[in-house]
Each structure stands twice: as C-alpha cells, then as structure tokens.
Ligand binder design. Structure first.
Ligand code: PLP
Length: 458
C-alpha cells in the first residue's frame, strides 16, 4: 500500500487503518472523521506524508530521533547484527557482545558525583517497562535491607512515566488515572514545580523552587518517613508541557531525599542522550540519582530499547545480597537494539551533538525563543537545551488564559500542520523537542515557521 518514493493510496491506507488499528492515545471517532495522516518517509529533520507534504519535525518523532532521520550508520549496524546474531536471550547465565559493550559504554557516559557512580545497567525495551523495573528493584532493595515496609514511591502530578500499570501510576496524569483504577497501591503524588501556575505573588523563581521541593518533605512526613521507598521525577517534565524547574528545585530535592535516606529515581527517558546538552540530565541540575530511567534517544528511536542505570548503592545490595532477582524481559539486552544504540552513541560522539546542543545550537534556540516573548499571543517562551515550550494567552497584559473550550493549542497545532511544522499542543502550551542534528540555519527555519503559525492562530 505504501512504498517509499512511489505514489500512495492514502484513502486505502486510512480505510484499513480505521478497520484494524487501535492507536495509542487516540480518539478513534475523531481519527475516523479526519482520516489518519499517513507518514511515509523521513530525512534529517523532515518527515513526508503520503500526499507529498514535507514537514519539519520539531518533536523528533516522539522526543526520540536525536540523531535525525535516515542515518545509514544505524541501519548498517542493525543489518550487521541481524546477520551475526539477531537474537539470543540473556537469562540463565548467557550474554551477548553488543549488550555488554553498551553497558560499559553507558557506564562511562554517566558522570560520577561525590563518589557515587553508575556501573550497572538493566535493559528493557521502553521507558514504561523500565519504570516497572524501577518499582520492583526499589522494593527488592528495601526488602533485602530488612525494611519491607518501605514501599511508597512518590511521583508528581502532571509527571509522565509511561503507560503500563506501574508507569501510569507513577505518573500524575489525571486522565490516565481515571481509566483502569489507578494508581496502584503505595504510589503517592506531590504538586509539580510549575512556577507560572503555582508561584505566589512576589515570589522569585529561586524561592518558589525551594518551596516546591519542600512539598516532598511534607508528603514524606505525612506518609511516615520509614514507609517511603523512593521519589521519582523527570529532570524537566516533557509530556506535561515542558515544565522547566527553577535551578533551586533539584538541590533541595536532593537534600530532602538524603535527609530521609530514600532513593532518588531520575526519569531521563526524554532528557538523556543530549536533549538537555548532557549525556545524562542529572549532571545539568547537579543532583545524584540512585536509578536513572532511559529509553528513546539511546537508539534515536530506530529500534526499541530502554533500561535503568543502576547506581552503586542499589547495585551492591541487589547483586551482592540479592541472589536471583526474579525479573526480566525476553528482550532485555536485545543484541540488535544494543548494536544500534552503540552506533547511535558513536555517531553522536563523532558529530559532537551533545556539546553542540550545550554550547551552540541550544543557546541559539534559547536566544531565538526570547524573540517570541514580543508576540501578542505568547505569555511565556522558554527552552532548556533542545526542549522548549510556548504558553499561549488570551490577554498578554493580564496573562489571562483562553477558555479551555476554545482549544487554542489544537487550533495552533492545526496551523502548524498546514504550514509544514510538527509541534505538539499540551493544553495552551505549544512544545518542541527538535532533532539534535538541527543546525543554526534550521533553527532559523523552525523559528520562521513557528512565527507564521502563531500569526495564523491570532
Ligand atoms: N518516562 C518519560 C519521562 C517519558 O517521557 C516516557 C514517554 O514519553 C516514558 C517514561 C514512557 O516511555 P515509553 O513510551 O517508551 O514506554
């Protein structure tokens, strides 16, 4: 039905799609009315639909195509590995070379802080699975230390940690909790550190960051400190609308988790692998997690791979005292996924993509985003590395928001599609996470399109 560089029968694909495909996070009545947009190919920072439209993909697929599209090196790595060893499991005392090499490489990329290092990796195939692993690993850790009552994991409202029972429970998306009787037991939430929404009159960002972090301490005391196992957070909340915490937030979180001895899980599914200008994002914010969730950018999305970087504190107990950990997935350490991840990391190192985002294109994007502040529809425009968010407001002088039923984000998103730009709308916030290969000239191209779409939304 759909072949590269040939004519596509869009209507036929849409009919089959409606007949057979249940999509993730999709209202199917809406989908059937509009017809699915059929994406058929991609190159560098652009994707193409079946009608021949070219679109600048400012979302990197779904926050993952860090190295950009159509990278031959990654396809070659997958092909070579498939012809050598397409699959073998890592259960029952077997291993494979790409999984071992990747584990060592990831360990070398995660900086040691205050003598705490990450020398071990547990693999999965996605961010959601990895957070399930975190729940089991954290509880196993406290069981082994003779504190089985420590079960409660604290996450944040409007945080996102995936779509499995545990992942959706750790996250704080009310729409997800409303379906399927979530959260599962022993998961609690605190408010998100969203300055624009939660700051008091006259409060500085720095003051707010400390106050927001102390909501964690309040919750620990309410639950009972000896019942709390861990806190989980995204360095910058992605799916929640690119919520960038004040610089004071994470150091205060660190002080609190240290004070009560609870584990700190940094969910870096979006933020790692260069997205914030570092291989791992805890380095940017200066905290010391015990576990790091990763997925997406590790393979630039070319094949599914995820995992948990396990810090020494947990690894020591799990490995030296634990015996067998009764947990694992068929595809934990899949050789093809690991070979593609290695090729992806080599490519990113060769092209200096992480440094480029940190020192060049990231600051340039921030500079260009500043200009958006002057736009009559823009209440705020902020970036962190290569993620950014724009808050659309009805009245710039009073910062009054649009009524929810206006759906201004979706209107803006519609204009983006029409004008060849893929941005995501989270409520009234338009968000981006472009491929890290984006050049300064392409940042200019992106900004031109964003301005065009904002004008069209006015
Ligand atoms: N954690 C975070 C921070 C995410 O952003 C996501 C996905 O967007 C996940 C976990 C879930 O990852 P996956 O969709 O690969 O299961």
């Amino acid at each position: 039905l759909v072949q590269r560089d040939q004519k596509h029968d869009t209507a036929a694909v849409q009919t089959l799609d409606s007949a057979h495909f249940i999509h993730p996070f999709t209202d199917h009545a809406d989908l059937a009315a509009q017809g699915a947009k059929v994406i058929v190919k991609a190159d560098n920072i652009h994707v193409f639909d079946s009608e021949g439209h070219k679109m600048l993909d400012a979302m990197s697929g779904l926050w993952c195509v860090n190295a950009g599209y159509a990278r031959k090196e990654l396809a070659d790595a997958a092909y070579q590995q498939m012809m050598t060893l397409p699959f073998y499991n890592n259960f029952f005392n077997t291993t494979n070379v790409p999984a071992v090499r990747l584990a060592a490489k990831l360990a070398s990329l995660a900086p040691e802080v205050d003598g705490r290092s990450f020398r071990h990796v547990f693999y999965s195939s996605s961010g959601s699975e990895s957070n399930d692993t975190n729940v089991r690993m954290v509880r196993r850790y406290w069981d082994l230390l003779g504190q089985p009552q420590r079960k409660v994991i604290i996450g944040r409202l409007n945080g996102y940690h995936g779509s499995t029972m545990a992942g959706a429970s750790l996250g704080g998306m009310s729409g997800m909790h409303a379906q399927g009787d979530l959260p599962i037991p022993d998961i609690q939430h605190i408010e998100q550190p969203y300055f624009a929404e939660k700051a008091r009159a006259g409060e500085s960002a720095a003051e707010f960051g400390v106050r927001a972090a102390r909501w964690l301490e309040d919750k620990i005391l309410a639950v009972g400190p000896d019942r709390v196992a861990a806190f989980i957070g995204e360095p910058v909340q992605g799916a929640g609308g690119v919520i960038i915490p004040p610089d004071t937030y994470w150091p205060e979180i660190q002080r609190i988790v240290d004070k009560y001895g609870i584990l700190l899980i940094s969910d870096e599914v979006i933020c790692a692998f260069g997205r914030l200008g570092h291989w791992f994002a805890y380095e940017k914010f200066g905290y010391k997690p015990d576990l790091i969730t990763f997925a997406k950018g590790v393979t630039s999305g070319y094949v599914p791979l995820g995992g948990v970087m396990v810090g020494d504190r947990v690894a020591k107990v799990l490995i030296e005292q634990g015996g067998e950990f009764n947990h694992g997935y068929t595809y934990s350490g899949h050789p093809v996924a690991c070979a593609v991840a290695l090729a992806n990391i080599e490519l990113m190192e060769r092209e200096g993509l992480v440094e480029r985002v940190r020192n060049d294109t990231g600051p340039y994007l921030a500079e260009r985003f500043e200009e958006l502040q002057a736009h009559p529809l823009v209440g705020a425009a902020d970036t962190c590395g290569f993620v950014g968010g724009i808050t659309l407001v009805k009245n710039k002088a009073t910062m009054a928001a649009f009524d929810a039923d206006v759906g201004v984000g979706m209107i803006c998103r519609g204009h983006c599609f029409k004008n060849g730009l893929i941005m995501r709308a989270v409520g009234d916030r338009m968000i981006i996470a472009p491929p890290l290969v984006m050049t300064r000239a392409q940042v200019d191209e992106l900004m031109g399109l964003i301005k065009l779409c904002l004008d069209a939304t006015l």
